[in-house]
Design a protein around this ligand. Structure first.
Ligand code: UDP
Ligand code: MG
Length: 316
């Protein structure tokens, strides 16, 4: 099969028939073999009913329905489990992404050898309250990940099937799939300018909290990328530094104490601000160290501690 299309959706009943018809048309025009996997993320409207109707006489259509709303990342992850096409395309269900982009994305994976191609909504049709923070967020993600994409969170993306089978999307990490894919060892990541429409039906499912959550997720993903397999290197170095500072100050305080013992400018140890600083630095140092040990124990038990991506093997 050439193409698998994964569509996560939450309360998008009005858009679905139009979307399915449009995809079918594009696929037939280009003669692709394909499947469409709708993942109903616990919709409370009639989305699932609509999917059943669309799929009734069409073997290309598959559907999965969650028992409640788990979020877009979970929906994508479930969809990725189901796919079997050579190229996997994800797109939003709200008709903001155009199925006409699919052939171009497919070619970039199939002919040009990209592992992942992200859409870039160069001309966006969204309110300013969304586009301005998005610019900042994309800039920060570029800086932290070293991946040069303009639009990390674009719902329209294409993947080599191997990529989706080896990444795990959880929490709200769908914003960072390119970062996760890069971490998993897929280096050829590209982008393609895509058409973007204003939302035709329904409402957006993400409010302004998306920016706070997105930023926190960016911090955790860059931490995890760097240190998840060696947490002690992070906590241990900070802890040693803090403990060292505390130790030097204590040493200094003691030295002064003995030197001036009973002298005219004698001061009690507890009368000096530095004493408290030393105390604090040493306690924090020890705590960071203990956190490091605990993190090491956790990462020792993690299921993917030895989960490497092997490109090729050979016996000579
Ligand atoms: N979505 C989902 N589960 C959720 C929230 C959203 O599957 O909990 C789907 C939604 O139905 C749509 C896509 O994710 O197909 C993108 O959502 P939306 O259009 O609301 O985001 P925006 O375009 O505003 O960034
Ligand atoms: Mg949308």
């Amino acid at each position: 099969m050439d193409i698998s299309i994964v569509i996560p959706l939450y309360n998008e009943e009005e858009s679905l028939p139009e979307l399915a018809a449009w995809i079918r048309r594009v696929m037939q025009e280009h003669g692709f073999t394909y499947e469409i996997v709708f993942v109903d993320d616990g919709s409370t409207d009639d989305s699932w009913k609509v999917i059943r109707e669309i799929g009734q006489n069409d073997p290309h259509i598959k559907g999965v329905r969650f028992s409640r709303n788990y979020g877009k990342s979970a929906a994508l992850n479930k969809g990725f489990e189901k796919v079997s096409g050579e190229v996997v395309i994800t797109m939003d269900a709200d008709l903001q992404d155009s199925p006409d982009e699919i052939p171009g994305l497919y070619r970039m994976i199939h002919d040009e050898g990209f592992d992942l191609v992200s859409g870039w909504k160069k001309r966006r049709h969204d309110p300013l309250s969304k586009t301005i923070p998005t610019k900042f967020y994309n800039w920060a993600t570029r800086k932290m990940s070293g991946i040069h994409l303009h639009d990390f969170n674009c719902g329209l993306k294409a993947y080599r099937v191997k990529v989706v089978k080896s990444v795990e999307v959880y929490g709200e990490m769908h914003r960072y799939i390119p970062v996760i894919a890069r971490r998993a060892g897929f280096r050829k990541i590209g982008e393609k300018v895509v058409q973007h429409q204003a939302r035709k039906y329904g409402v957006t499912k993400f409010g302004l909290e998306r920016f706070i959550n997105g930023f926190l997720d960016l911090l955790s993903i860059s931490f995890v990328t760097k240190f998840s397999r060696r947490p002690m290197h992070f906590f241990g170095s900070l802890g040693s530094l803090s403990f060292l500072v505390g130790g030097i100050i204590s040493f200094w305080i003691l030295a002064v104490k003995f030197f001036r013992l009973g002298g005219p400018d004698h001061r009690d140890v507890v009368d000096q601000p530095l004493f408290y600083l030393a105390l604090l630095a040493m306690i924090i140092g020890v705590q960071l160290f203990l956190t490091g040990f605990l993190a090491e124990l956790v990462s020792r038990n993690s299921a993917d501690r030895n989960n490497y991506l092997v490109d090729e093997e050979a016996g000579f």
